[in-house]
Structures are given as structure tokens and as C-alpha cells.
Design a protein around this ligand. Structure first.
Ligand SMILES: CC(C)(COP(=O)(O)OP(=O)(O)OC[C@H]1O[C@@H](n2cnc3c(N)ncnc32)[C@H](O)[C@@H]1OP(=O)(O)O)[C@@H](O)C(=O)NCCC(=O)NCCS
Length: 173
């Protein structure tokens, strides 16, 4: 399975594929947004946020778009924040882990993001699958940031992970 995982830039025509996860309450549960009910606002998000984003990639399995992975700028130039999600039909097959490994190689070894020294991931304490993805991809667990993140009406405890540009890059099958 992992051998088939590739990353590419998004295109406007990916909106229908995105709807598979963007409309899913289970995917949205740990994300900032609420599930999308129609493609028009998702198309606006794709056009206004995803396409101009410095590093936001589609996760593809055998060429089909099944998820997204991003490394977003933070207040510090040396630090980028990782995000990832996957359509539910593809969970549990190692796809997110393979995608995160490829993302690390691209942004750290590929010099696609200038000055980046640290990629960090903030993962909800109640999202063990996502914690496992970060760990399998080679991130170091640094601790728990208590009541760090205001999420859908509650202050959440977040596990913070980091991967440094000097860490050994993960192998990609
Ligand atoms: C989190 C997410 C990206 C994982 O994608 P995935 O492709 O299924 O992940 P992988 O298959 O690479 O790895 C998942 C790991 O979590 C484990 N896992 C899954 N559910 C689990 C649970 N409830 N408790 C503990 N471990 C769990 C799996 O067993 C697997 O570990 P293993 O390989 O050691 O067995 C996907 O579930 C998703 O998109 N969730 C919604 C969005 C989200 O939460 N994004 C992350 C925000 S930080």
C-alpha cells in the first residue's frame, strides 16, 4: 500500500475528491473546520487558502486524491506546523504515515521551504491514531501542552511532537 502513496499540488478540479473527507464529521472532529455541506465553500477554500499556501499537498493512492498534508508557516521562520488528514475509506492502511514521511523528505531534504529547522505537530490527547502516525514517521514526543488549544467549545490538551532538519530522514518505500 505505502508504495503507491504520492504527493502532488492541489488543483481546482480536486474539489469533488476533497468533499469525500471535508463532508465527513469523523474527519472534521479534530480539525478546526465544521463538515462542509456543499462544494461551493470548499471550492472557495481550495482557491483562496490551499492553492496560495506555501506547502499544501494532495495525498494520492494509485493516483487518486485521498487526503491532504501541509506544513504551514508559524510566527518563527525556523518552525513549520504539520497537518494531515485522510478520507475515512483509506484509514488503517499506513497511508498517512507514508504521506508524512514523504512530506518530511520534501520540506527538509528537498529545501522546498527555506530556513525550516523544525517541523512540529500538535495532536489532540484524544486522537491516538494521529499520535501514532507522528511517532511512526519519526517525530519526537516532547510533552503535553495542557489546555493549549480552543477547539469546538473546549480547551484541549495537546501532545507536541517535533522533527528537526538534523534528524535522520525517514525512509519512504
Ligand atoms: C489520523 C489519520 C490521519 C490516520 O491515518 P491512517 O492512514 O489511518 O494512519 P496509519 O494507518 O498510517 O497509522 C494509524 C496508526 O494508528 C493506530 N490507531 C488507529 N486507531 C487507534 C486508536 N483508536 N488507538 C490507538 N491506535 C490507533 C493504527 O493501529 C496505526 O498504528 P500501527 O501501524 O502501529 O498499527 C486519520 O485517521 C484521519 O484522517 N483522521 C481525521 C483527521 C485527523 O485527526 N487528522 C490529524 C489531526 S492532528
Amino acid at each position: 500500500m505505502a508504495a503507491e502513496v504520492t504527493l502532488r499540488r492541489f488543483e481546482l478540479s480536486d474539489v469533488d475528491a476533497m468533499m469525500a473527507w471535508a463532508s465527513d464529521p469523523e474527519v472534521a472532529a479534530f480539525c478546526r473546520w465544521e463538515p462542509y455541506e456543499s462544494t461551493a465553500p470548499l471550492l472557495a477554500y481550495l482557491r483562496d487558502t490551499v492553492l496560495p499556501h506555501p506547502w499544501f499537498r494532495a495525498i494520492c493512492v494509485a493516483g487518486a486524491v485521498v487526503g491532504a498534508v501541509s506544513v504551514s508557516p508559524t510566527a518563527e521562520r525556523c518552525r513549520g506546523e504539520l497537518g494531515y488528514l485522510l478520507a475515512r475509506a483509506h484509514w488503517g492502511k499506513g497511508v498517512a504515515t507514508a504521506a508524512v514521511r514523504r512530506a518530511l523528505r520534501a520540506v527538509l531534504a528537498g529545501a522546498e521551504v527555506e530556513g525550516l529547522a523544525r517541523v512540529e505537530a500538535l495532536v489532540d490527547m484524544d486522537n491516538p491514531a494521529s499520535q501514532r502516525v507522528a511517532e511512526k514517521a519519526g517525530f519526537r514526543r516532547e510533552g503535553v501542552l495542557r489546555r493549549h488549544y480552543w477547539h469546538k467549545g473546549r480547551a484541549r490538551d495537546m501532545v507536541i511532537y517535533s522533527f528537526l532538519a538534523t534528524d535522520p530522514l525517514p525512509e519512504c518505500e
